[in-house]
Design a protein around this ligand. Sequence first.
Ligand code: SF4
Length: 439
Amino acid sequence: MSKLRTADSTCILCGCGCRLRYFLDDEGNITRCKPIIIDRERGYEGCFKGFIAWKGVETNRIDRPYVRGEDGELKESTWKEVYEILNSVFRDYKEENIAYVASGEVTNENNYIIQKFARVISFTNNIDTCARLCHASTLDAMMKTLGISVMPNKIDDVLSADCILVFGSNPYTNYPALGTKLMLAKMKGCKIISVQGSVNETSRKLADIVVTLEPGTEIIFINTLVAELVRKKYIPLSRIEELKGGEAFLNVIEKFKSSLVYRFCHIDLEVFDKIVETIGKTENFVVMHGMGITQSGIGTETVACLINLVLLKDAKLVSMRGKINIQGAGDMGCSPTSYPTGPINEETKMKYESIIGAEVPLMEGLTQIEFMLTSPVDVIYICGSNPAVSMPYLDAVHRSIEESICNLSSPILDAYSEICRHHTSITHPHRDKWYNYKC
Ligand code: SF4
């Protein structure tokens, strides 16, 4: 029996993006995979799903293009036919008539090429990603408070914490690799406080203190927590007074008395006092937050309040993201308001044009919400993304996709293609790092 070839790559199943070792037969088929153990002290990289990730790569993947016929059915096609259609579509539809959806599930290189294609060939900044749906509020809050839109700390900071506040996230179930690190931190004596909209596995299995908040009262909880930390001198007053805008900040939080937490958040004051004391006494404090607070009408403000707490307590902020390369999609400029060289303006335009030797548009593009819901375009090219499931107002999204003259979808997983294919006119596979073995 011949020996299996191995190739190290990433797991595509969640935002942790763990390293996996794939085993390939002589024909390049992936036969199995397993997480690569990095360090027992830092925790295993990967979870049980890392043993079955290969099924997502190999099982029923589409390996040829499909075109919707006049009877409304998607039919197998040839690359020749599809290239001819694509050629005429990209020639006929440009600027405000076409939009692109990039992806947090494809590589930086692919994301870079998609946005470059949109800007140079279609001369449009109508390029967006799923990255700006789930954590748009985090990015906005970080830009406004920290001046950068990236997580400022590393995941392993969790391991040296003596108190971790998990706010609006369920790492035990949804980010198993992070859940493992939480377990390791707990074994070293770290206190875990879980504040959620509903009881989840992180609260049940890991937390020392559990709080279930009334939805919509997150800001009251956080601001009252900060106010109490100041009142009880866990945060020195002088620290805030010396800040620009410190006085105004104190005037605001002064209004947040602990009675509000009881009245609006429905939290027992004894429990709240325990939280204040635990966080107040901690030296190495970590705040982890996720989509339990970001996907809300007050998401930006809630994250900004959490960042206030982080800054005043010299804490670390760990933002748990949804997909493996969400950060990369943003960094590569897959945004209607940013080139890869920075937010759209004359200077960044000239800089980008001088790098690529081609002209790009200056006018900001439409967001995904706009070009799929409020200002539909004629052509939408969707790459490795799944708006047919992940967007709000799905009926309207499905209609919008179907009513576009041409929707081009290049899904990366069959599970996605099944859903997208119900609505698209053309579906074709594309190469990516994880699939280069066979395509
Ligand atoms: S934690 Fe996520 S990325 Fe890592 S192996 Fe499990 S599913 Fe894959």
